[in-house]
Design a protein around this ligand. Structure first.
Ligand code: XMP
Length: 329
């Protein structure tokens, strides 16, 4: 049996590149998970990101309703993301899914908070608080599943650990179930596809834990966040139409906390700009700018100005990293 206790990837684990290897990996992990948890209950925080989604799909196969997924909608998700989690896991896979709409709680705590690190702390801590509350409502949890992947273990000062806020409180210190902890990201995607997860979920670009919260620069307001969400949806749609969605490493929009004058239908406006950002990178430590064709920039600009409320300018951020970080805060 594969050594799941050690934190070193077993030499016997071949790089997973195709469906056949992925199916074999899944079968093995089902066996290991069943042996580990027996008839115990397993809790999983399901954000809808690639890693937690793949763990959820794998564990549903292994232990069905013994898995309890908790999806916390913090109000900072991309357009349609929470809905997709419910659709895929509750409706299609028949998973045990607790859906918590905590938008108001997050917004109330974040009101007036402009400092980026304070925002991150609030978002991270409130998530843990809500997750713990939900865990306490379920009797007899024995295990906590996590979407840890191999780079998380290897790069102890990597992107995730650098940004992660705090640890789990004592009442959530269960034995861990980490079925993909020896996989690299590309392998996680192959396994996700083999498990039948939607392409869109499996091929997803990196998305920060604090979500759109760090792209609504300064103190978050509902209407400015809505401008981030709607413009991001337009950018993603147009990138997909143009075939750039699978080519560009990370792309999104940012709405800074300042306004400028504009004019629409002969009327003067005083509204926010939307900043477009599209970068290529290998591991997020450095990034270069994607040279978006002008025709696409024009199309995205026209759509944002027409369809997104309270916006009167669209700008393109040409700063590489170093220079600017990838996110704006
Ligand atoms: P920066 O902005 O530091 O981002 O160049 C590097 C990568 O990390 C992502 N990022 C985060 N990920 N929590 C996360 O889980 C965070 O607070 C966070 N901030 C940035 C960013 O999207 C990029 O991929």
């Amino acid at each position: 049996m594969m050594d799941m206790v050690s934190n070193v990837r077993p030499e016997s684990l071949e790089r997973i590149k195709n469906k056949e290897q992925a199916d074999a990996f899944v079968a093995k992990q089902i066996e290991i998970t069943k042996a580990q948890v027996k008839d115990g209950k397993v809790l999983l925080a399901l954000s809808g990101g690639v890693d937690s989604s793949v763990v959820a799909a794998l564990l549903v196969k292994a232990i069905g309703k013994q898995l309890i997924c908790v999806h916390v909608n913090n109000g900072l998700m991309r357009k349609g993301e929470s809905e997709q989690v419910v659709e895929v896991f509750r409706n299609q896979l028949d998973a045990n899914l607790v859906y918590v709409d905590a938008t108001d709680r997050f917004f109330n705590l974040l009101a007036g908070v402009a400092d980026p690190e304070k925002k991150r702390k609030i978002i991270g801590n409130e998530f843990i608080e809500i997750f713990a509350e939900e865990a306490n409502k379920v009797d007899g949890i024995g295990y906590l599943a996590q979407g840890t992947i191999y780079p998380d273990i290897v790069e102890s000062v990597g992107v995730k650990s650098h940004h992660n806020v705090g640890g789990l409180p004592e009442d959530l210190q269960f034995e861990l179930v980490e079925p993909i902890k020896f996989l690299y990201k590309d392998e996680v995607r192959v396994v996700g596809k083999a498990l039948g997860l939607p392409e869109e979920m499996v091929m997803r670009q990196p998305f920060p834990g604090p979500g759109l919260g760090v792209r609504c620069v300064g103190a978050i307001t509902r209407d400015r966040l809505e401008a981030v969400r709607e413009s991001d949806a337009i950018l993603r749609e147009e990138f997909a139409n143009y075939g750039l969605d699978t080519k560009v490493w990370q792309y999104f929009t940012v709405v800074p906390d300042f306004r400028s004058t504009g004019v629409t239908d002969g009327k003067r406006t005083y509204d926010w700009p939307v900043v477009l950002r599209a970068v290529n990178s290998v591991d997020a430590t450095c990034a270069t700018i994607e040279e978006i064709p002008y025709e696409l920039l024009h199309k995205i600009t026209d759509r944002i100005l027409k369809e997104v409320k309270n916006v009167n300018r669209v700008l393109y951020d040409l700063s590489p990293k170093p220079g600017g970080t990838i996110e704006w805060e």
